[in-house]
Design a protein around this ligand. Sequence first.
Ligand SMILES: [Fe+2]
Ligand SMILES: [Fe+2]
Length: 288
Amino acid sequence: MKPTNKKAATPDAMQAWEDFVEQQVYPVPGAKAKEDYRNYDKPARDTVRDFYQQNHRYQSFDFVQQKREEYLKLDRKRLSVFDALDFLNTLVDDSDPDIELDQLQHLLQTSEAIRTDGHPDWFVLVGLLHDLGKVLCLFGEPQWAVVGDTFPTGCEYSDRIVYHEFFAANPDFDNTRYNSRLGVYQKNCGLRNVQMSWGHDEYLYHVLKDYLPEPALYMIRYHSFYAWHREGEYDWLCDDHDREMLSWVQNFNPYDLYSKSPQPPNWQELRPYYTGLINKYLPTELSF
Ligand SMILES: [Fe+2]
Ligand SMILES: [Fe+2]
């Protein structure tokens, strides 16, 4: 893999959402969130608004079921991790001159920050892999079906989800089968039995589920489930195992959000270390 000199490697709505989450909704602990995220500068604000409008409108129980059927057979592509990283890094948007990080840099900065703090090697590997599911964009999925906060479908949408008001346009919003607190679920049924909104987290979990330790899989599967890991919502769907795993998901989150380093990691120098790490846990090729 060649390190890219590309300035902008992320479609603008995706980057705008990531900046929004980091700066407006969940700033570094101790820092103050901007007073009102709805004052987010134009045009980034509009991009983020439009993004959530579509995401909340279309992520219904039926939509998710359809996407699961479409993708979870994992019969699209067989890729090594390096090929998948390369493939992901072809996500380019030249319309936004302000984006500094390509996808690979974000992954490497996350994994290097985890490594610097002395965590187990599989935790470092999570840093490197956690956004690989964004290859969904390259399979033609719109950004609102790839990134953004994730949340349970098939039950009431928590009002702690950002831009909650846009759920009013979701077909499930007025459907009595889905709009009670438990909806189609049993109390404390466990998150594994809950159909989360469709995106890169759930997808990558299925790609990797046979290979990584349980806490690693939780970090991957629920890293965008902010309503749970930041807001403390949806405990009524969790079982004791979820509660036990929650702290791992919370441990991972700051590395994802705040690990941008002024000195970008050098991929060529780091490549031997990561090759060893990938070979330790993963097969030569993964099914996407
Ligand atoms: Fe992510
Ligand atoms: Fe990330």
